[in-house]
Write a protein that binds this ligand. Structure first.
Ligand SMILES: Cc1cc2nc3c(=O)[nH]c(=O)nc-3n(C[C@H](O)[C@H](O)[C@H](O)COP(=O)(O)OP(=O)(O)OC[C@H]3O[C@@H](n4cnc5c(N)ncnc54)[C@H](O)[C@@H]3O)c2cc1C
Length: 319
């Protein structure tokens, strides 16, 4: 049944895990995706653990270009070393894998750097068949196995036949819970609005984000806050460290301690492959992004400062 509670404030920390993105590259289910759902895993299945029998001796298609896909690909490679007949194909919608290959030794989170470096080595050594620029549109049966069709630069291409599919295509927030409320969200990412320009993975790969707290995480709906990975919407770069500071600030604000609430401190480990947030259109030079942070440091500082309402260094951007 439904229970109604009254509250002075509500903190939505419900995450995004229960809303995986579909296999279909356009954000809606690929044709056949529902029909063959029993052979599709979303996110990262436990390939070397409890799901081992599903993948051992089978051929799997991994779809996605994030860390989840990288984990799945590396696990399948390990499995293939010890289980005869195990094969896998890796396909990505985009063609630029710089974000997942990462900054290697320059990544301030060593494990993240290692993950990218390992998957890069696997792909570049031919240890996995990698098909980039493949936008999945349909799944069809092929004598009891599955063939996935996708749009590529050269027209429709088919991958397979495979036995199973791993859709590591990210997650999105479930906004149905709050549909009635006046929320201010980034129209593309469905993140809180202030963070959108700084975490858009199409523009920004640094992994850092300026310190932010209760002000950026609030909405026109008074007393309502979005925190945690849900505050990042569809952006894939959220770290627990960010969430801890978000929650501390929001809790302090609700308790009325505005000094503590506004004293937000956050230093995140950078990825080592930094591109600049494109927050506007500039003719040339500054703010054209993406560009190495060192080249465009003024604009990075400016964008960050503006996003948290703290002025900026004066770099001119037509927003
Ligand atoms: C594969 C993977 C690996 C990751 N690795 C790292 C890592 O190494 N380090 C790191 O910092 N971050 C990592 N992250 C990001 C990580 O998910 C977040 O940092 C962290 O889990 C986010 O915490 P959260 O509380 O916002 O959301 P979650 O951990 O997803 O928690 C949300 C909770 O809300 C519950 N919930 C949902 N809907 C409702 C509802 N309607 N009512 C009540 N409860 C509800 C859910 O069941 C869940 O328990 C990883 C993410 C993924 C997907």
């Amino acid at each position: 049944g439904t229970r109604r509670d009254s509250a002075r404030a509500v903190i939505d920390a419900s995450g995004t895990w229960q809303m995986p993105n579909p296999l279909g590259a356009g954000g809606i289910h690929a044709e056949g995706e529902a029909e063959f759902a029993d052979r599709i895993a979303y996110g990262i299945p436990d390939i070397l653990g409890r799901d081992r029998s599903l993948y051992a001796g089978k051929t799997t298609l991994v779809v996605g270009s994030g860390h989840s896909a990288a984990n799945a690909v590396l696990d399948l490679a390990s499995l293939a070393n010890v289980e005869a007949g195990t094969a896998f194909i890796w396909t990505t919608r985009g063609t630029d894998l710089v974000r997942i290959y990462g900054g290697g030794d320059a990544d301030q989170l060593p494990a993240r750097g290692e993950l990218g470096a390992e998957v890069r080595e696997l792909a570049e050594s031919g240890g996995v068949r990698l098909v980039t620029g493949f936008a999945a549109v349909s799944i069809r049966d092929a004598n009891g196995r599955l063939v996935v069709e996708g749009q590529t630069r050269d027209g429709l291409q088919a991958l397979g036949p495979v036995d199973r599919i791993i859709a590591a295509t990210g997650q999105r927030p479930d906004l149905s819970l709050t549909r009635e409320l006046r929320l201010e969200l980034d129209p593309w990412l469905e993140s809180v609005k202030a963070l959108g320009p700084l975490i858009d993975p199409n523009e920004h790969s640094c992994g850092d984000v300026p310190p932010h707290g209760h002000r950026e995480l609030s909405h026109p709906e008074q007393g309502f806050y979005t925190v945690g990975i849900k505050s990042y919407g569809r952006a894939p770069t959220f770290l627990l460290l960010t969430g801890y500071e978000q929650v501390r600030s929001v809790a302090a604000a609700i308790a009325g301690d505005m000094v503590a609430a506004d004293n937000v401190q956050l230093v995140l480990p950078e990825t080592g492959v930094c591109t600049v947030p494109r927050i506007g259109v500039a003719d040339k030079g500054c703010c054209g992004g993406p560009a190495p942070a060192a080249v465009d440091a003024c604009c990075v500082a400016d964008a960050k400062a503006k996003a948290v309402g703290k002025g900026g260094c004066g770099c001119s951007v037509a927003a």
